[in-house]
Design a protein around this ligand. Structure first.
Ligand SMILES: *Cc1c(COP(=O)(O)O)cnc(C)c1O
Length: 211
């Protein structure tokens, strides 16, 4: 693949689902990629938002690349102070982290934009709120004046379409139910399915960098 092919596949998925291509944004996940690779494989094609999963790595790259940065991986509370460097944190996964981010937002005088991560596959090793915890967690985070919840995010279990599609569908249903516009779901293996099920942000890494 490569970025142009990913965009084509995104548009094809939109057509199949009767959606407009503008409804879905590509977040180019650049973890473990060098600045040169990112320039050549991503930024040459346009000013795409860049997603990183580790704060330190992101901070290093921010020095060298002008972009809209998203954090897609877990954020440790002791790194919460770096959250304002990201246009969107996809991975808000606990109320303690939310409280830490709210304090950071207050200190800096901004409202931090976040997505709540939902562990829909109920995998113990994965981050995120369990589905039954979501209503309460969302209500609490929505009361925090320095956080703005734009949507939900999920990382499904590895598996075939029969496993991932219902998970993506469920995330969209939950986002609808709670009136949240953004659904961050879909990676290299499954972003077309995620788009068919309502993704508004797809987080694609590997597929952008293969020749
Ligand atoms: C690495 C990563 C991605 C991208 O995965 P690919 O399989 O490389 O497309 C998406 N989301 C998160 C949270 C990641 O850590």
């Amino acid at each position: 693949m490569g970025l142009p092919q990913v965009l084509e596949a995104m548009e094809a998925a939109c057509r199949r689902a009767g959606r407009r291509p503008e409804e879905v944004r590509l977040v180019a996940v650049t973890k473990e990629r060098s600045v040169e690779e990112i320039q050549e494989k991503v930024l040459r094609h346009g000013a795409f938002p860049l997603g990183e999963s580790r704060v330190q790595e992101a901070l290093r790259k921010m020095e060298l690349l002008q972009a809209e940065w998203h954090l897609v991986g877990p954020l440790q509370r002791n790194k919460a102070k770096f959250a304002p460097r990201f246009a969107l944190v996809h991975s808000l996964d606990s109320l303690r982290l939310a409280e830490a981010l709210d304090r950071v937002g207050e200190k800096v005088g901004v409202r931090l934009r976040v997505l709540l991560e939902v562990n829909l596959g109920r995998e113990p090793q994965k981050h995120g709120f369990l589905e039954e915890e979501l209503p309460e967690a969302l209500a609490r985070v929505r009361e925090m004046p320095h956080l703005e919840v734009l949507g939900l995010m999920t990382v499904p279990p590895m598996g075939p379409e029969a496993v991932v599609r219902p998970i993506f569908r469920r995330l969209s249903e939950l986002a609808d139910r709670f009136g949240l516009p953004e659904r961050s779901m879909g990676m290299s293996e499954d972003f077309p399915i995620a788009i068919e099920e309502g993704a508004t942000l797809v987080r694609v890494g590997r597929a952008l960098f293969v020749d």
